[in-house]
Design a protein around this ligand. Structure first.
Ligand code: CMC
Length: 430
């Protein structure tokens, strides 16, 4: 929303007035859209550290206070009192559902959980040792070939169907990627199970033995989904928006988001964090790793620590830590060496000057791996679980962008530092 305030930029004696946009909450934003036209200059901001790429009504983060809200509701309240499908509804439609709306939404998601039978063949084209994220990027991208009746982005109804299909089928696809990687048969979704129990069942049941998902573990799983559901304009969400800004179909855009999420600086950190804890191995080796993390000449970083936005604490990490304690207690895991290393590492890092001065706190990925590993997931499944949880955020942000009349193809400019114009010289003369 435009305010009466503006900022003035003076360049070579010429002044340019830049409007200030006022958010509901958070820092004001200098609107530089007309800057190039008026002053013939670009702005420079690699990594978007000071740039708002869009306006959005979905998620708010206050990094200094350590606050995260979905549609205004604090994450702690949603994690405690709500559940993932209700949170999906909230993210997609902007309000908490009444009972009828929730029932209808849950029904719609539940009845889209199966994937096209021919997709099984598609899975079989991958090597067994492929990382499940590699398989997911391919299979989710391929959904546009299987669900062609929901790829017309100009049709709001098709956008809605695509959203439901993605939320419903991502757990099935993630579980299939896992089953394929361990050589077990695919398990079909079961519509009488809730979203989280259904996922656990598709991952852990085998035809030979009866499996009943533990309700307490399903609740912890559901909370992990909720905590990861959205996080405003992070790298993968911005990737989905950028891909979607060209008019690409939603399945292709979500595949792009999954590819971006995989990186160890983003969603891949949950796998990297647990592998790091296992590599440290015992409490007495922690100082060695702390020293390495502080060494400028060593590329090693403490995985699961630090965040671009949170400079106080990550509110998701707080809830996740509580959940980790509950799950380990439930499973009777007390003397786990990885857990001991995690707890001690957290303690040492939180007291260390380097981490304190740089405001590096444990993030959501530091604890999620501990819970997932205790539940029986291999590290390679951690990031796929993040991806399936974040799908609703990606799709809500994508829908918001497509419905926005101001939507334009994303096209950043650059600061060119390459060679000046020069003439071609034939190879024999070089
Ligand atoms: N261990 C050691 N030093 C660190 C760490 C770390 N984990 N994170 C940041 N630093 C240092 C960094 O070396 C830099 O020092 P200096 O100012 O002396 O050059 C300073 O802290 C600022 O770091 P940055 O890389 O400029 O900060 P950023 O905002 O670009 O990066 C980050 C944020 C999350 C990529 C980074 O903290 C990191 O690589 N953390 C480890 C990976 C991780 O846990 N990622 C998950 C993020 S939460 C879930 C998600 O978003 O998917």
């Amino acid at each position: 929303m435009a305010d009466t305030k503006s900022a003035t930029l003076t360049l070579d004696g010429k002044s340019v007035d830049l409007p200030i946009l006022k958010p509901t909450i958070g820092p004001e934003v200098v609107d530089i859209r007309k800057l190039y036209g008026q002053a013939d200059v670009f702005t420079y901001d690699p990594g978007f550290t000071s740039t708002a790429s869009c306006d959005s009504t979905i998620t708010f983060i206050d990094g200094d206070k350590g606050e995260l809200w979905y549609r205004g509701y604090p994450i702690e309240q949603l994690a405690k009192n709500s559940h993932y499908l209700e949170v999906c509804y909230l993210l997609l439609y902007g309000e908490l559902p009444d009972e009828g709306q929730l029932e209808d939404f849950e029904n719609r998601v539940t009845h889209h959980t199966m994937v096209h039978e021919q997709m099984n063949n598609f899975f079989r084209g991958f090597r067994r040792d492929a990382h499940p994220m590699a398989t997911m990027v391919g299979v989710v991208g391929a959904m546009s070939a299987f669900y062609h009746d929901s790829t017309d982005i100009a049709d709001p109804w098709q956008r809605e169907v695509a959203a439901i299909r993605l939320i419903a089928k991502l757990p099935t696809i993630a579980a299939m990627a896992y089953k394929y990687s361990i050589g077990q048969p695919f398990v079909y979704p079961q519509n009488d199970l809730d979203y989280a129990s259904n996922f656990l069942n598709m991952c852990f049941s085998v035809p030979a033995t009866k499996y009943t998902p533990d309700p307490a573990l399903a609740r912890a799983m559901d909370r992990i989904f909720t905590l990861h559901a959205d996080h405003e304009q992070n790298a993968s969400t911005s990737t989905v928006r950028l891909a979607g800004s060209s008019g690409a179909n939603p399945f292709a855009c979500i595949a792009a988001g999954i590819a971006c999420l995989w990186g160890p600086a983003h969603g891949g950190a949950n796998q990297a964090a647990l592998e790091m804890l296992q590599q440290i191995g015992s409490v007495d080796r922690i100082p060695e790793y702390i020293k390495r993390a502080k060494d400028k000449d060593d590329p090693f970083r403490l995985m699961g620590f630090g965040h671009r936005v949170y400079k106080n604490f990550d509110p998701r990490a707080k809830v996740m830590k509580e959940s980790a304690d509950e799950v380990l207690d439930l499973l009777g895991i007390e003397n786990n060496e990885t857990l001991k290393v995690a707890k001690e590492l957290e303690k040492i890092a939180l007291e260390d000057d380097y981490f304190v001065s740089k405001k590096l706190y444990p993030n959501v990925d530091f604890y999620s791996g501990i819970i997932l590993s205790a539940m029986g997931f291999p590290t390679s499944m951690f990031t796929p679980i993040f991806a399936l949880s974040r799908t609703v955020g990606w799709i809500a942000q994508w829908k918001e962008m497509i419905a926005d009349p101001q939507n334009k193809i994303g096209r950043p400019r650059q600061l060119y530092v390459g060679s000046g114009k020069r003439d071609y010289i034939t190879v024999s003369d070089r």
